[in-house]
Design a protein around this ligand. Structure first.
Ligand code: FAD
Length: 285
């Protein structure tokens, strides 16, 4: 399949891209093209104009941001995956990258594009919600920051307005002292059937805070608050693990498709919750 006709604009700067977005209300930003071009070829989207941001200098950075990390719009998946800074400050994301796509796709695809694409089976949105990340959006109207929890609204739907560009992803310093990611997919590198990303904070053997975030089982990555509540307030023992797993299964309303039926996805979420919470607790210093 070939895409429908479109205009191609190459932005030389962020300001250039923002002006082009404002001037072309039906434009899409082209980052790595690893999702957008496939969707255009299938004619699932038909943008009249593409704004290529690949030649904008200095927006592919990964750098310290206080205790946390700031990631530029054009940071490629593989740069994030192999970044020592990310491994040190957000090892949950490094662990998730073991399951995200394939080497060639990661060479070109960007974390920013992945988040803006908002595939309901994508792994990175779950990590962003678990870490309490902030997405920085910019337009000619100004800049605003949106928490990851409020950014993902539905299947391929985010809080980004049409004239806004995602310019930065900010991940705060690691508040939680335990973390773990796990997923079930048909083949390594495929989109997930079910994902759980977990962070826990343990103090004196007692769970003080937890985030259990699922993806692949709803329209977007979302916290499983009943599971989090089942963990907080005591030691992470077998009883708490069982309670969290069954609360997680009860908190999702998964769909059936050719990869897995709803009952399988629900069981998977229970198993992945138990697995990630146990591993996260084991990692607490
Ligand atoms: C074979 C294959 C396997 C894959 N497997 C996985 C997988 O297992 N897990 C997974 O999560 N993903 C997977 N992907 C998708 C991959 O992660 C893509 O790289 C990602 O979804 C999109 O990033 P991109 O940079 O390629 O964005 P693009 O395809 O260029 O853009 C995607 C969308 O985001 C918008 N956009 C991009 N950047 C910005 C920005 N800065 N501001 C505003 N809007 C923007 C675009 O306009 C477009 O609507 C796979 C892709 C392929 C081809």
């Amino acid at each position: 399949m070939k895409p429908a006709r479109f205009r191609y604009l190459r932005a030389a700067s962020v300001d250039d891209a923002l002006q082009a977005l404002a001037d072309n209300p039906d434009a899409h930003i082209l980052a790595g093209g690893q999702s957008l071009i496939a969707m255009m070829n299938l004619r699932l989207v038909k943008p009249a104009c593409l704004i290529d941001i690949n030649r904008i200098p200095d927006i592919g950075y990964i750098r310290e941001d206080g205790d946390g990390i700031a990631i530029g719009a054009l940071a490629r998946h593989n740069d994030v995956k192999h970044s020592p800074l990310i491994r040190e400050r957000c090892p949950l994301l490094t662990e998730a990258y073991e399951s995200i796509a394939h080497h060639t796709v990661r060479n070109r695809g960007t974390l920013g594009g992945n988040l803006c694409h908002a595939d309901p089976s994508s792994e990175a949105p779950a990590v962003m919600v678990a870490m309490g990340a902030t997405l920085v959006l910019q337009s000619l109207r100004g800049r605003r920051e949106v928490g990851a929890e409020d950014f993902f609204l539905g299947t391929y739907e985010t809080a980004r307005q049409q004239d806004e560009m995602l310019v930065e992803i900010r991940i705060p310093g690691r508040g939680a002292n335990g973390w773990a990611f796990a997923e079930i997919s048909n083949r390594h590198g495929d989109f997930a059937i079910a994902v759980v990303a977990t962070t826990v904070t343990l103090a004196n053997g007692r769970c003080e805070a937890a985030r259990v975030v699922a993806s692949g089982v709803g329209e977007h990555a979302a916290r499983l608050e009943p599971a989090e509540e089942a963990l907080v307030g005591g030691p992470i023992d077998d009883a708490r693990l069982d309670a969290a797993a069954s609360a997680a299964a009860g908190a999702v309303d998964p769909h059936s498709d050719s990869h897995a039926d709803a009952a399988y996805r629900r069981d998977a979420i229970a198993a992945l919750t138990k697995r990630t919470v146990r591993r996260a607790a084991g990692r607490c210093g």
